[in-house]
Design a protein around this ligand. Structure first.
Ligand SMILES: [Cu+2]
Length: 395
């Protein structure tokens, strides 16, 4: 009995030194001092990339004017740690900030959970999961059951060694069906080491490329214009239930807002960032309008994070050459070319595809990239919208 007060007295200086227990916003961005040129650009001291994302809630307007409550990420890279909470609360963006790294780079990605402004009773953690990406360690995979998730007011810096190029996607993996449906989805791709070298394709054609989807060795994934396009779809009743503290209708989930990069047509072709009508903050920054001049090759980096639907895409008037699926170049075991030329391509949630559109043999004009699911060409009950965008080919 007497030992306890004495022990407590001994602990007092320790507790004073440590200060009160608290979570804190913190980032890690170590300098690149290993002397190894991992990205092959000739400079061994510039291979580290540091990005800071915040996770929380916010609002997004659908193309028919309906305001939806969403969860999401925002980019707070460079924001002083002491200001991250104020700046990122209610800052969710749909889709999440696009992440692009080059093969060989080392990414230190800090995630800070800024909490749910509109639902202070929710103490949901968040995480970052790079879908289909081989991780340096399981703790960076973002699956909360197998690694860890980030609580409100706290940060974790994930480490990614970008060794395999391709089109990936990322999402929060906490209560994944809910947080993905609520909007925690983003474009993510790794540029190949072949970028910056010059290849002529087809051989003898005089068409030369310095940007490629993959390390193809022959220039066959070369492109002039890249368009990351993420498919998703939202169920407005689920979002309203989340805001109004109703039981979430998982079994009744029915997505009536089919989206490309977080917008339905015609908002998809707005070249500017779009703001929400709740507080005027930028909520859907990514346009899906694609512009090219005749003769250029367009790379569509397609990915789907729809929770409920498969979607089939088509581009009437331009054939689609699929050169990659699920972040892998389409080649056989002996290196033979397995590219597919098609008029339609179907993606389920979690799938990606790299598609080349060659505009050399088509007349200039406006073409449409859209789903063949006719019921998905609407913004909820408003017709002539949904999963569609325009490809403008100029002479
Ligand atoms: Cu989450």
């Amino acid at each position: 009995m007497k030992a306890l007060p004495r022990l407590a007295l001994l602990l007092v200086p320790l507790l004073l030194a440590a200060g009160p227990a608290r979570a804190a916003v913190s980032t890690q961005c170590p300098p690149d001092t290993d002397g190894v040129d991992t990205d092959g650009d000739g400079n061994p001291a510039n291979d580290h990339v540091c990005i800071h994302l915040a996770a929380g809630d916010g609002f997004a307007d659908m193309a028919n004017g309906r305001l939806l409550y969403v969860f999401g990420f925002s980019n707070v890279t460079g924001v002083p740690n002491a200001r991250v909470m104020q700046e990122a609360m209610l800052g969710a963006q749909l889709p999440a900030p696009t992440l692009v790294v080059k093969q060989g780079q080392r990414l230190y990605l800090t995630l800070t959970n800024v909490g749910m402004m509109m639902r202070p009773d929710l103490f949901d953690a968040h995480s970052v999961h790079w879908h289909g990406f081989p991780n340096a360690a399981p703790i960076f995979d973002g699956v909360p059951e197998a690694s860890i998730a980030i609580n409100m007011g706290a940060s974790l810096t994930y480490f990614y060694a970008a060794e395999l190029p391709g089109t990936y996607m990322y999402h929060c993996h906490v209560e994944a069906a809910e947080h993905i449906q609520m909007g925690m989805v983003g474009n993510l791709y790794v540029l190949p080491a072949q970028d910056g070298t010059e290849r002529e394709y087809p051989a003898g054609s005089g068409r030369r490329y310095r940007r490629f989807a993959y390390n193809d060795g022959d220039g066959s994934t070369g492109y002039d214009v890249a368009a990351p396009i993420q498919l998703a779809s939202l169920d407005p009743e689920f979002h309203d239930a989340s805001l109004s503290v109703q039981p979430l209708p998982f079994a009744a989930m029915r997505d009536t807002f089919p989206l490309l990069n977080g917008r339905g047509y015609p908002a998809t072709v707005d070249p500017l960032p779009r703001s929400n009508s709740h507080d005027g903050r930028v909520s859907q920054p990514v346009s899906s309008l694609i512009r090219a001049t005749r003769g250029q090759r367009i790379l569509l980096r397609l990915s789907s994070l729809s929770t409920t639907e498969y979607f089939t895409l088509t581009v009437p008037g331009i054939s689609m050459q699929v050169v990659g699926r699920d972040a892998r170049l389409l080649r056989g075991t002996t290196g033979e070319n397995l590219y597919q030329t098609t008029t339609t391509l179907t993606l389920g949630g979690g799938e990606s595809a790299d598609v080349i559109l060659d505009t050399a043999a088509i007349p200039p004009g406006t073409y449409f990239l859209h789903t063949t699911h006719l019921h998905a060409l609407s913004n909820d009950t408003e017709d002539l919208g949904g999963m569609m965008t325009e490809i403008v080919i100029t002479p």
